[in-house]
Design a protein around this ligand. Structure first.
Ligand SMILES: Cc1cc2nc3c(=O)[nH]c(=O)nc-3n(C[C@H](O)[C@H](O)[C@H](O)COP(=O)(O)OP(=O)(O)OC[C@H]3O[C@@H](n4cnc5c(N)ncnc54)[C@H](O)[C@@H]3O)c2cc1C
Length: 326
């Protein structure tokens, strides 16, 4: 039987949107294969109700493995556990998201399974034999198709490239107390400092972002208000975080976070290639800039040539009015 395994990553016991997307994607591939099993592997403490929620997107079984060692990410332990289960299930395809955890774990799983791997897949396989998968290259500026020739295959899916698609299935939850050989634990995380944002930037559907054109750290309140009204994440350019206007956790781009929200607002951002490298997968980009020739307008779907502060006042007022009337 065809078996596809999805690494169901959780954040404090709750699955991320990208996990639901990966399950949706895996279940569509199983359909392409003509049927089979979509199995999610969850590591750490996740409540049964949450585990069952994966059934809404096509998972038919979830293997939930429990051990204290899974409470913090140790890529080697995660990789060994996942690879062992893939072997046990005799699965042919393992799907990860493109999260930071996946970046650390997926290549290790691929090595353990002697599997070919494509990081950042951007759609369904165009062919199952040979297994041919599209992916973005050059920071999203071009596409390519890659053939995975090995028997076992590892893919990580670019966020927002497939979408979360409902496909309800009866799901079986298997809770297992997993044994981890403590000799494997080579590092121990002593403390974790979490970013302050209310919404995880990489999970946000909408992101409100500011650049040096915002003029200073004391000018961020309207951006925060807009993010609050829209339930959006906050981001910034690298110079903004380098100058200490905003925390480094908000910096997006080549050297920062790579995001792919449905809607990205760029206020006072020039649109340098290094910035676009982190945001060009956004579905819709709206840019506000005083310079009509700013490169950001070439990447934007909608543009306003104007002062960011003035546009923000109008936008915040209009959205608050709209929300109060609806
Ligand atoms: C190796 C390397 C890696 C890098 N990595 C990153 C990265 O990961 N992320 C990143 O962002 N950058 C990165 N950079 C920096 C990048 O090259 C740009 O310098 C940076 O993105 C520019 O930031 P900015 O748009 O905020 O500022 P600026 O380039 O100074 O642009 C400010 C913009 O605001 C506009 N503006 C001015 N006043 C107003 C106003 N009142 N209202 C509206 N608009 C206004 C201006 O017209 C201008 O377009 C990297 C650079 C290098 C060399």
């Amino acid at each position: 039987m065809n078996k596809v395994i999805i690494f169901a990553e959780n954040f404090e016991g709750v699955f991320k949107k990208a996990t639901f997307e990966a399950v949706s994607y895996g279940s569509r591939i199983v359909e392409q294969m003509g049927g089979g099993e979509v199995i999610a592997i969850s590591l750490g403490e996740v409540a049964d109700e949450e585990l069952k929620s994966l059934g809404a997107y096509g998972a038919t079984r979830v293997i939930s493995l429990h051990n204290e060692a899974f409470n913090s990410l140790d890529a080697k332990i995660y990789a060994k556990t996942i690879a062992d289960n893939v072997k046990k299930e005799n699965a042919g395809l393992i799907i990860f998201t493109d999260s930071n955890a996946s970046k650390a774990v997926a290549p290790r799983v691929a090595v353990r399974l002697h599997a070919g791997m494509v990081f950042g897949a951007y759609g369904l396989p165009s062919n199952l034999s040979p297994f041919t998968i599209p992916k973005k290259v050059f920071y999203g500026k071009a596409f390519t198709e890659v053939v995975i020739q090995s028997e076992v295959k590892v893919i990580s899916l670019s966020q927002n490239s497939f979408g979360v698609v409902e496909n309800k299935k009866d799901i079986v939850v298997e809770n297992i107390d997993h044994t981890v050989d403590t000799d494997q634990i080579k590092t121990k995380i002593l403390s974790v400092e979490k970013s302050t944002g209310k919404i995880l930037l990489t999970d946000a559907e909408i992101v409100v972002s500011g650049g040096r054109g915002m003029k200073g750290p004391d000018k961020w309140k309207p951006l925060e208000d807009l993010a609050e009204t829209l339930g959006a994440g906050l981001a910034c350019t690298r110079p903004v975080s380098d100058e200490g206007w905003r925390p480094h956790t908000e910096h997006v781009g080549q050297t920062g976070k790579i995001i792919a929200p449905n809607l990205y607002f760029a206020f006072g951002i020039s649109g340098a290639i290094q910035h676009l490298a982190g945001v060009s997968s956004s579905k819709v980009i709206v840019a506000v800039n005083t310079d009509k020739d700013a490169p950001i307008f070439s990447a934007a779907d909608y543009g306003v040539v104007g002062d960011a502060a003035t546009v923000l006042i109008g936008l915040n007022d209009a959205l608050k009015k709209f929300k109060s009337e609806n």
